[in-house]
Design a protein around this ligand. Structure first.
Ligand code: B12
Length: 214
């Protein structure tokens, strides 16, 4: 039964069936399935498939936008359940955001949800975040980790500027930096001076825990 419902959730997200995705997630939660399994095997699977179809030129922009909307709707009942049992103190504060000029928010939101489920208190700055807001958020929240997402070759370069600015202002001490997003890589992370690169949501969560020595 659980595999069938995960497949159905995945399909609803890929096909942009917002109402159906929401209904199925609620149904899976009521059936007592683990929120993390619903996230990974259903919702993440579905949005990843939409990305693959786009890459294969089988999906066009409107299809992807519908899938993105279904993803966001499906996340709504899941997010509070992922937080259950964590008080945000186990991992500490994690500031996450998408760099300026970049409106892609699915990857960042997914990573945020996974970090929440691992016990981090996630402070989500959203999309199109100017360097100054990352700096202000570090001053205000004093997180253990800052994560930046960039999904285009044109916007990824901002990460280097933000890291340099954090260093210049003496804010890098004790602060770990993670980067992620489709054009980034371990090589890129090394080049810009980040502490870790998150390949996907699971990898990002595992590396974040490693960075804080958990
Ligand atoms: C969905 C999508 C959109 C949606 C976004 C909807 C939304 N609300 O987010 C829409 C349709 C709006 C869109 C718009 C555009 N897009 Co677009 N989009 C995509 C697409 C197909 C999938 C991205 C996605 O959501 N993937 C699913 C998520 C779950 O995966 P992910 O992003 O890789 O994230 C994972 C990891 O990277 C990592 N990760 C992600 N973030 C972070 C952050 C941290 C801190 C860490 C540690 C890890 C981490 O973990 C995530 C979870 O596993 C990609 C293609 C691709 N291969 O990625 C193009 C893509 C990113 N888009 C692209 C382009 C060009 C655009 C547009 C300019 C198109 C246009 N002509 O208007 C606009 C840009 C708007 C803007 N200014 O940002 C290009 C970028 C090319 C480049 N220059 O590098 C891509 C690569 C497609 C392509 N091959 O041409 N897009």
């Amino acid at each position: 039964m659980s595999e069938a419902i995960f497949d159905a959730i995945s399909k609803a997200v890929t096909e942009g069936e917002e109402v159906e995705a929401d209904r199925l997630v609620e149904q899976a939660l009521e059936a007592g399935l683990a929120p993390l399994d619903i996230l990974q095997k259903g919702v993440v699977h579905g949005i990843t498939r939409a990305g693959e179809l786009w890459k294969a030129n089988e999906y066009f922009l409107p299809d992807v936008i519908l899938a993105a909307d279904a993803f966001k709707t499906a996340m709504q009942p899941l997010e509070p359940r992922l937080k259950e049992g964590t008080d945000g103190r186990r991992g500490g504060k994690y500031v996450i955001g998408v760099v300026e000029g970049d409106m892609h928010d699915l990857g960042k939101s997914l990573v945020g949800a996974m970090l929440t489920s691992a016990g981090f208190e996630v402070i989500d700055l959203g999309i199109d975040v100017p360097a100054s807001r990352f700096i202000d958020a570090v001053k205000e929240h004093q997180p253990v980790i800052v994560g930046m997402g960039a999904y285009m070759t044109t916007t990824m370069l901002q990460m280097k500027t933000i890291i340099s600015e954090l260093e210049k202002q003496g804010l890098r001490r004790g602060l770990k930096i993670m980067v992620g997003g489709v054009p980034t890589s371990q090589e890129f992370a090394d080049e810009v001076g980040a502490d870790a690169w998150g390949k996907d949501a699971l990898d990002s969560m595992q590396k974040a825990l490693k960075l804080i020595g958990a």
